[in-house]
Design a binder for this molecule. Structure first.
Ligand SMILES: Nc1nc2c(ncn2[C@@H]2O[C@H](COP(=O)(O)OP(=O)(O)OP(=O)(O)O)[C@@H](O)[C@H]2O)c(=O)[nH]1
Length: 350
């Protein structure tokens, strides 16, 4: 009996010591955290959470914009699966308007039943020929020249880019370089008004390279961060207009060394693969630095983005997903491929 009490007492002592040890440990962890500055840790956690939320938001925007493309691929694979047959993948990529040549390239050597991981790797690889663009340390002003065929969405995209600059706290000035049509000058002026950004313009029929020169000069004089210059819509076959384009590029470099820093081609996403021929011709003519694909929301041809980037070996910087100023999202091959795969594959086990 006595020894029983003794044992109980010993156990209690042991327990108390363990408890003490835990308490000390807990305190020391707390202290460590205190040294590591809990406020900073919390901030870091919040930032990570914010980044994750932004990523999810971008993905959901993209998914909404790709609804028509998804509808057509779901005709082929109505149910989400863990593995999908080679033939079904091939068919759904054709449905999404990916060029057959690119499909063959992407699928070469894949097994009869394809996992999400296998397909993801191949699809992301299709974007890898495009050069990576470093957007840190941009020159001031950073000059972008916007080109494309009639109605591709140049003016609307300029407004979206200007809006994005403003949201990032950067100043921007627009150049109404489409002097071919009075309506184009008006349309860009209306956007400039709405967004409350300055614009340099001239009368219809006047020299558009002069507008480009004046816009860059104004930006330098006013210490403005960004210049975005509109140009008239043109076909790759219109020699006169294309000579004018070459002149605009040359005159930009007279206003500022190395300008334009980016010659951006606006491609109408609803045209799918036909847009590639246009971009190729313009690329040979003046050298294109990147692509913006518009009207992704209005097409089932989202798969053309694979061919556009792969064939042109150019980066897609943004995609337009509507007519409003906020309807522009940065393009990420990974997000794009994941959005597509989310529609047809069951979630991967972690
Ligand atoms: N749904 C949708 N419509 C768009 C998008 N981008 C542009 N548009 C619409 O496409 C039409 C043509 O756009 P604009 O910006 O005028 O095209 P543009 O290339 O400047 O045309 P031109 O001045 O004639 O050469 C307009 O009705 C725009 O609202 C987009 O991402 N999604």
């Amino acid at each position: 009996m006595f020894s029983f009490f003794k044992k109980k007492k010993e156990e209690n002592v042991e327990q108390t010591e363990v408890t003490k040890e835990i308490e000390t440990l807990e305190n020391s962890t707390l202290n460590d955290e205190a040294y590591a500055n809990p406020v900073e840790i919390k901030e870091e956690e919040n930032q990570n959470l914010e980044k994750q939320e932004i990523l999810e938001e971008k993905k959901s925007f993209l998914s909404r914009a790709l609804e028509k493309t998804f509808a057509s691929i779901k005709n082929v694979v109505p149910q989400k699966k863990e593995k999908i047959s080679f033939d079904d993948i091939e068919e759904l990529l054709i449905e999404a308007d990916m060029e057959y040549e690119i499909i063959e390239k992407a699928m070469n050597g894949l097994p009869d039943e394809i996992t999400r991981k296998q397909l993801r790797h191949r699809l992301v690889m299709l974007f890898e020929h495009a050069p990576k663009v470093d957007l840190s340390n941009l020159p001031k002003p950073f000059v972008r020249l916007i080109i494309g065929v009639n109605g591709a969405g140049k003016t609307t995209t300029i407004a979206k880019l200007a809006n994005k600059c403003k949201k990032e706290g950067k100043s921007v000035i627009l150049g109404a370089g489409d002097t071919f049509r009075a309506a184009a000058i008006e349309q860009l002026s209306t956007w400039a008004n709405k967004l409350d950004v300055p614009i340099i313009k001239t009368k219809q029929g006047h020299d558009s390279s002069a507008v480009a020169f004046d816009t860059i000069s104004a930006a330098i004089a006013r210490n403005i961060d960004n210049v975005i210059i509109d140009t008239a819509g043109r076909l790759q076959t219109q020699t006169n207009l294309n000579n004018e384009l070459k002149k605009i590029v040359k005159v930009c470099s007279k206003a500022m060394n190395d300008a334009p820093h980016q010659k951006l081609m606006i491609l109408d996403g609803t045209q799918g693969n036909t847009a590639i021929a246009q971009a190729k011709a313009f690329n040979e003519m003046i050298g294109i630095d990147g692509i913006i694909v518009t009207k992704l929301d209005g097409t089932a041809k989202g798969g053309a983005l694979f061919s556009i980037s792969n064939q042109l070996e150019l980066p897609i910087f943004y995609v337009g997903i509507g007519e409003k100023q906020d309807d522009l999202i940065e393009f990420s091959p990974e997000n794009f491929v994941d959005s597509l795969l989310d529609e047809i594959y069951t979630p991967e086990e972690k």
